[in-house]
Design a protein around this ligand. Structure first.
Ligand code: PNS
Length: 161
């Protein structure tokens, strides 16, 4: 039995920064579960099924990666999936503050460890929120997200404009 890592997130939508972390995690662990959060109190731009579909398409070449969704506590999902660790990307010191709190809470709740992976500096400025904002005002997000995500974003923002 090998080691399983859990990469959780909202992924609204997935960016090349997320994919860099998922890809590098898949090289270091035997299997990876990408857990997409369904958060009933938030109103994401993309529904859960769309976020999962975009990730599945983007991860198609990563044979040890499975994309799934969860709701509720991350640690409960980690236990359910038999994950050994949670892996999170850290872009900059600004991420650290909230990430360390979540990591310590998750450890306190269920003894689940979190490993931080430094984001490739190429993507340290990148976030789903920024991609949506740039897209909303007609900016080009090519190269920041998979082309299929860029196209869906364009369609979605045209529809809601
Ligand atoms: O991509 P995001 O929005 O930064 O991901 C945040 C996520 C999904 C990892 C976090 O919100 C989470 O774990 N949510 C599940 C609810 C939970 O367990 N909350 C307590 C965390 S200490």
């Amino acid at each position: 039995m090998g080691l399983t890592a859990l990469c959780p997130g909202t992924f609204d939508p997935v960016t090349n920064g997320h994919l860099d972390i998922i890809g590098r995690t898949s090289e270091s662990f035997d299997s990876v579960v990408v857990g997409v959060l369904e958060n009933p109190s938030k109103q994401p731009l993309f529904g859960l099924d769309e976020r999962v579909a975009m990730l599945r398409e983007a991860c198609v070449g990563l044979l040890n990666v499975r994309v799934d969704s969860f709701t509720g506590l991350l640690v409960a999902y980690a236990k359910e999936q038999g994950a050994d660790v949670i892996v999170k990307g850290l872009r900059a010191v600004t991420d650290y503050e909230s990430e360390i709190q979540m990591a310590q809470m998750n450890h306190r709740l269920a003894g689940v460890e979190t490993l931080f992976m430094p984001t490739n500096p190429k993507w340290s400025f990148l976030s789903s929120s920024l991609v949506k904002e740039v897209g909303k005002f007609g900016g080009d997000v090519t190269g920041l997200v998979p082309d299929a995500v860029r196209d869906r974003l364009r369609d979605r923002l045209e529809v809601s404009a």
